[in-house]
Design a protein around this ligand. Structure first.
Ligand SMILES: Cc1cc2nc3c(=O)[nH]c(=O)nc-3n(C[C@H](O)[C@H](O)[C@H](O)COP(=O)(O)O)c2cc1C
Length: 226
C-alpha cells in the first residue's frame, strides 16, 4: 500500500514537472494577439495575485503594476512602443512600475505591516528596520531606482511563468519609451516610473511566431554542474 502511494506520488510529481516544462515550451513572446479574446476576471485576478506574491528584496515591494484595459488609452500609447501592436491588440496591457524613490516611510510602513500581520514585537523588528533604513540611506537615488528595477524584472519573470501555467499568452517588452509612458499615464503624480510592459491575452491563430521552434542553447551550455 505504502509502496503504491509512493509510486503514485512520484508519478504525480513527474506529471507536474512535465506540465510546467510543456507550458514553458508552449509560451512564446506573442507578436499578434486575437483582439476578440479577453481575459476573464478570474484570470486577471490570478495575475494580480501573482504580481503581489512576487518575492522582492527584503520583501519591501517598491514596485506597482498598472492594468490597462481601455483600448483608446492603449491606442495613444502605441507610438511610444515603436508601434508594437501587442500593446493595443492584447486583452490587457500590464505596466510594471517602480517607485521613483524608496523613502524611510516605506521601510517603516513595511515593518508596521509585519508587526500587524505576524504580531512580531517591535523589540525584535527595530534593529532590522534600522539596518534597512541605514542601507537605503547610503544609496543614491539612482541606486535605489536600479534596486527597484531589479525587483520589477523578477515580477516580469514570475508573471510570464504564471501566464504560461494558466494558458495565457504574453509578450515581455522593454521596447518602449518609459518617459513617454510616464507622461501619458500621469505616473509622476503617483511617484512611479514605468519599467516594463507585459501585454497579456490570447494568441491570434495566424501569429506565425507561435509555430517557430524555440531557439535556446543546450542545457549543457547554459548550466554548469559542479
Ligand atoms: C526583458 C525582455 C524584453 C523584451 N522586449 C521585447 C520587445 O520589446 N518586443 C518584443 O516583441 N519582444 C521582446 N522580448 C521578447 C524576446 O525577444 C523573447 O522573449 C526571446 O527572443 C525568446 O523568445 P521566446 O520568449 O518566444 O521564447 C523581450 C524579452 C525580455 C525578457
Amino acid at each position: 500500500m505504502l509502496k503504491r502511494n509512493v509510486t503514485n506520488l512520484i508519478f504525480a510529481e513527474t506529471i507536474r514537472y512535465m506540465d510546467i516544462i510543456k507550458q514553458l515550451k508552449w509560451r512564446y513572446a506573442t507578436k499578434k494577439f486575437d483582439k476578440s479574446k479577453k481575459l476573464s476576471n478570474e484570470k486577471l485576478e490570478v495575475l494580480k495575485q501573482a504580481f503581489n506574491l512576487t518575492a522582492t528584496s527584503f520583501g519591501l515591494q517598491t514596485i506597482k503594476m498598472i492594468v490597462i484595459k481601455d483600448v483608446n488609452l492603449r491606442a495613444s500609447l502605441l507610438k511610444h512602443a515603436y508601434n508594437q501592436k501587442q500593446v493595443l491588440e492584447a486583452s490587457h496591457l500590464l505596466v510594471i512600475c517602480i517607485q521613483d524613490d524608496v523613502l524611510n516611510e516605506d521601510v517603516v510602513n513595511y515593518y508596521e505591516n509585519i508587526k500587524a500581520t505576524r504580531k512580531t514585537s517591535d523589540t525584535i523588528l527595530k534593529p532590522y528596520r534600522e539596518e534597512l533604513i541605514n542601507m537605503m540611506t547610503k544609496m543614491s537615488v539612482e541606486e535605489r531606482q536600479q534596486w527597484s528595477k531589479n525587483q520589477a524584472y523578477i515580477a516580469l519573470g514570475n508573471l510570464m511563468t504564471v501566464c504560461a501555467a494558466e494558458g495565457i499568452d504574453s509578450c515581455p517588452m522593454e521596447g518602449f519609451v518609459p518617459e513617454a509612458y510616464d507622461e501619458a499615464l500621469g505616473l509622476a503624480g503617483m511617484n512611479l516610473k514605468s519599467v516594463l510592459l507585459l501585454p497579456v491575452g490570447y494568441r491570434a491563430e495566424d501569429d506565425i511566431f507561435s509555430g517557430f521552434e524555440k531557439v535556446r542553447r543546450s542545457i549543457k551550455e547554459s548550466v554548469i554542474e559542479l
